[in-house]
Design a protein. Structure first.
Lengths: 324, 336
């Protein structure tokens, strides 16, 4: 009896201390997100107005230059002012970029937290059975929050894990059956399209990797008698070998596009990994670490995604086939 | 815990996790026709037969990579008492990645033999370099030592220390461009037999800028250009050399590929008044071959490839004293 009381007390203590700590840190994280977001909005406004002033100044310089008798002193003054402005714009740009990076990190952290909360709420809902209205509201609330911080990329719109649980044969209600039918067909369409896109991307990357490999071999053959010194740099792994793509050196838009592409496929793989069978495999393409992507690693990731999509396609085709 | 089990420790030390080793090999044989002119050493035209064998062992452990590779490349020019040539090459390399920096070293040795009725000479090359590549800023740096020795009746030697810097930037996902600078301190020497053995030296510098462009997506296009200015005891202002290389290639229908290489070297030396023709040693670039080289290959399977090679070449081994020029067309098969 005593041990029962002790256990209950410890449990109470844990609930009392640990849960508020978690809740508090989530609140803090949310607060940080809010602050960073509003800070970013403010800094972006400053950047926009600086750009507008800069445009106004350059227009003024142009119109002064076009005059038949331009005031050279005025032009010099205006140009000096423009240089200062341009420097301020550069600084402001850096500030905005830093804030965006910080915000992305907080978004990722929040996304993880919301996912784990919704997961635990789902499992709690399962254990307590039908009495889950309050939980539903909570799940909905956190899912909504999660979507707000989710990366702006097209992920799978359904839960692949749930598809396995659908058994249309057991459903007797025709309306429910029709709903499941539509759900499965839409999922199949989505998977099929994603599978096609992944296949195209794999073909493109395969081509680049193969072309690189063959060029290296061709040069080795052609240069057997000469070019010893010039070959030195070709020998650096990942350097002469152009399969390593650096995001840092890309223009900012390309960095984002490629970065999101990798992130998309990593997240899709996470979604497809509903049984966590690939846990332990290193799909971290160290984007956060040093913004580098090894094309061969990306190729490997895409092949894994394609394999899993293929498996899911088979399951879905099978399930949609049952209903017909 | 590990120390209690020395055998485990040994296993841990010698067979650590994430070790990956790979052997890569290929052999090929080709035959065709050649037509050459410019030097009496080589037969003017006839059948050319080449063999090539390549073996590479690569060892990877986490972010470290070591490799050794060997190559043997014999050639026969003509059928009856042919001119024989053989090239032996060995490479060793070690590289390590630390975040944005990849650094390493490599050593290359190459021995070339050419044997004909009247001539028997060897041509040896050695190079040792330390390389650094900072991927965050796109800077590649290579520094090292190299030498070449040509021996027949006379002996021609060239030793050099070099520093090669190149800044490569990514324009977009498929285009890279770069610029850099090359500096070299060279020591040219010879031992020639006139009435008696005569030794001569000429030391100098080669410096200049270089630019490059790489496109890699559905086809590859790589263009490199370098201009180097010479300063030595026996050359005057303005002595220089140009080097331009264009490499392009495409894979058609996955099995068929075509690659083209064009190398153009040009050098102009303004000789000083105390220069003595055929006695004073002048710098002869290690990579002085002008060539246009086209290879079309078709993969019969993953391990067998047939190919044709067409090329124009002009080799200047030493101040144009050992050179030959010509065309060749070969057809070959490769196994890997």
């Amino acid at each position: 009896m005593k041990s029962y009381k002790l256990t209950a007390f410890v449990f109470f203590l844990i609930n009392f201390i640990v849960i508020p700590i978690n809740a508090q840190s989530l609140t803090e994280l949310e607060k940080k997100y809010e602050q960073l977001n509003s800070h970013l909005v403010k800094e972006n406004r400053i950047l926009d107005s600086l750009k507008n002033i800069f445009l106004y100044k350059t227009d003024e310089i142009d119109s002064e230059k076009k005059k038949s008798d331009p005031d050279k002193d005025k032009i010099v003054d205006l140009m000096a002012g423009s240089i200062t402005l341009s420097n301020r714009i550069d600084e402001q740009n850096k500030k905005v970029n830093l804030l965006e990076k910080d915000l992305d990190i907080v978004k990722q952290q929040l996304h993880k937290r919301y996912t784990s909360i919704t997961d635990s709420l789902e499992s709690r809902k399962k254990t307590i059975g039908a009495n889950g209205d309050e939980l539903d509201a909570e799940i909905f609330n956190y899912t909504e929050k999660k979507l707000l911080v989710a990366p702006p990329i097209p992920l799978l719109s359904f839960n692949p894990g749930k598809i396995l649980g659908i058994d249309i044969d057991k459903t007797k209600d025709p309306k429910e059956k029709a709903l499941y039918e539509e759900y499965l067909n839409n999922a199949l369409k989505e998977i099929d399209e994603l599978w096609k896109n992944t296949s195209e991307l794999i073909t493109e990357i395969d081509q680049i990797v193969l072309l690189q490999k063959k060029t290296k071999k061709f040069l080795e053959e052609a240069e057997l008698e000469s070019g010893v010194i010039h070959r030195q740099q070709y020998n650096i792994p990942g350097q002469g070998d152009e399969t390593r793509v650096s995001f840092e050196n890309l223009p900012i838009d390309d960095q984002k596009v490629l970065g999101y592409q990798v992130q998309t496929y990593r997240l899709i793989l996470d979604q497809l990994d509903f049984e966590k069978s690939v846990t332990g495999l290193d799909w971290e393409i160290s984007l956060e670490e040093n913004n580098k992507l090894d094309l061969k690693e990306y190729q490997k990731l895409l092949k894994e995604v394609k394999k899993r999509l293929q498996e899911l396609k088979l399951v879905l085709a099978n399930k949609t086939g049952f209903q017909k | 815990m590990i120390l209690k089990y020395p055998a485990n420790l040994l296993l841990f030390l010698f067979f650590p996790l994430f070790v990956f080793s790979q052997i890569d090999w290929r052999v090929s044989a080709e035959t065709g026709f050649y037509n050459s002119y410019g030097d009496a050493v080589i037969k003017k035209s006839g059948l050319i037969t080449r063999f090539d064998s390549f073996l590479k062992y690569k060892y990877e452990q986490g972010k470290r990579e070591a490799s050794v590779q060997f190559r043997f490349h014999p050639e026969l020019f003509g059928t009856i008492s042919p001119v024989k040539s053989a090239k032996l090459k060995a490479d060793g390399a070690y590289y390590q990645n630390e975040g944005n920096l990849t650094w390493g070293m490599n050593v290359t040795g190459q021995r070339n033999f050419l044997n004909a009725n009247t001539v028997n000479f060897t041509y040896n090359i050695f190079a040792a370099a330390v390389n650094f590549a900072w991927s965050d800023i796109g800077l590649n740096a290579s520094t090292g030592y190299a030498y070449q020795i040509i021996k027949e009746r006379d002996r021609y030697g060239l030793e050099l220390l070099f520093l090669d810097l190149k800044l490569l930037q990514q324009f977009n996902s498929f285009i890279k461009y770069g610029a850099g600078f090359y500096v070299e301190r060279f020591f040219a020497s010879n031992e020639i037999i006139l009435d008696e053995k005569n030794e001569n030296n000429n030391n100098g510098w080669r410096t200049g800028p270089q630019i490059s462009f790489i496109y890699l997506k559905d086809f590859i296009l790589n263009v490199d250009y370098r201009i180097l200015f010479h300063e030595s005891e026996f050359t005057r202002y303005l002595s220089y050399e140009h080097w331009i290389r264009i490499v392009t290639g495409k894979i058609f229908f996955r099995d068929l590929s075509a690659f083209l290489l064009a190398d153009y070297n040009f050098y102009r030396y303004v000789k000083s008044s105390d220069y003595v023709e055929a006695v004073t040693p002048l710098y002869t670039p290690l990579n002085s071959e002008n060539k246009v080289y086209l290879k079309i290959a078709y993969e019969l399977s993953d391990n067998v490839e047939v190919y044709t090679k067409t090329g124009y070449f002009k080799e200047n081994l030493y101040e144009d004293r050992f050179s030959f020029e010509g065309w060749n067309f070969t057809f070959g098969i490769e196994f890997n």
